[in-house]
Design a protein around this ligand. Structure first.
Ligand SMILES: *Cc1c(COP(=O)(O)O)cnc(C)c1O
Length: 225
């Protein structure tokens, strides 16, 4: 098979092909370019190639890297969105609400409270995905499946705009059953968005309903150790 001209073109082709097989529209799948650990110099070419949605997993790293980049990119290209895909401490809620356009890691009641307060204070509504610990793994972020209904109710009561559900399935085992389960949980709870799928499994996730795929290393190359 011929190589696409750039990693971005290759990922876009693969999203389009998979969407077609699944009977879905490619434009209903948002590619989030996960730029964590990569410098502005690596991100700028992707913006130049038309990528408009980026993701970071740490608030502080994003604060160091993105404000200047966003200002420049927005002046030149218009809309650019920055998503937070990593765990969020409650004491960083104000910073996260100020910088990010979407948060994928709402996973506990204390964070509902902190984010609602931060959004009120900033006068800025930031859509949130509720992260589900879909493999019931110890040590992993995300709310327990049994706690999901109560957490969603708390977020709705606090007027947090809910984008959908997000998961990171257990490493090194077949992710498809976990993606299918997240899709069902989202449907059962009346949520449109499914943030699932990374470099190694985004096509599987698209087949199973992903609306947002989070792709890092396949776009930027491997992250340093
Ligand atoms: C790093 C990261 C990704 C991207 O992972 P790749 O395997 O490099 O595509 C996706 N989601 C989250 C939550 C991440 O932290």
């Amino acid at each position: 098979m011929e190589n696409a001209a750039t990693p971005l073109a290759d990922i876009r082709d693969r999203i389009a092909r998979t969407a077609q097989i699944a009977g879905r529209k490619a434009q209903d799948i948002t590619l989030i370019a996960i730029s964590k650990t990569h410098p502005a110099a690596a991100i700028a070419p992707l913006i130049a190639q038309g990528q408009r949605v980026f993701g970071e997993n740490r608030v502080q790293e994003a604060q160091e890297k993105w404000p200047a980049l966003l200002a420049r990119a927005r002046a030149e290209h218009g809309e650019i969105a920055l998503h937070l895909v990593g765990q969020l401490q409650s004491n960083k809620a104000d910073d996260a609400v100020a910088l990010f356009d979407c948060i994928h890691s709402l996973d506990r009641p204390s964070l509902v409270t902190a984010l609602a307060r931060a959004m009120d204070k900033a006068g800025r509504q930031v859509p949130c995905f509720v992260q589900v610990n879909i493999g019931a793994e110890e040590q992993k972020g995300g709310c327990a499946i049994a706690d999901l209904p109560a957490l969603l109710a708390a977020a709705r009561a606090a007027d947090i705009p809910l984008a959908g559900l997000m998961c990171v399935p257990p490493a090194a085992i077949e992710p498809a059953p976990f993606f299918a389960f997240l899709d069902k949980l989202a449907a059962d709870n009346g949520l449109a968005g499914r943030s699932m799928g990374m470099s190694g499994d985004f096509e599987t996730a698209i087949m199973l309903g992903a609306t947002h795929v989070r792709v890092g290393s396949a776009l930027f190359g491997a992250r340093g150790a």
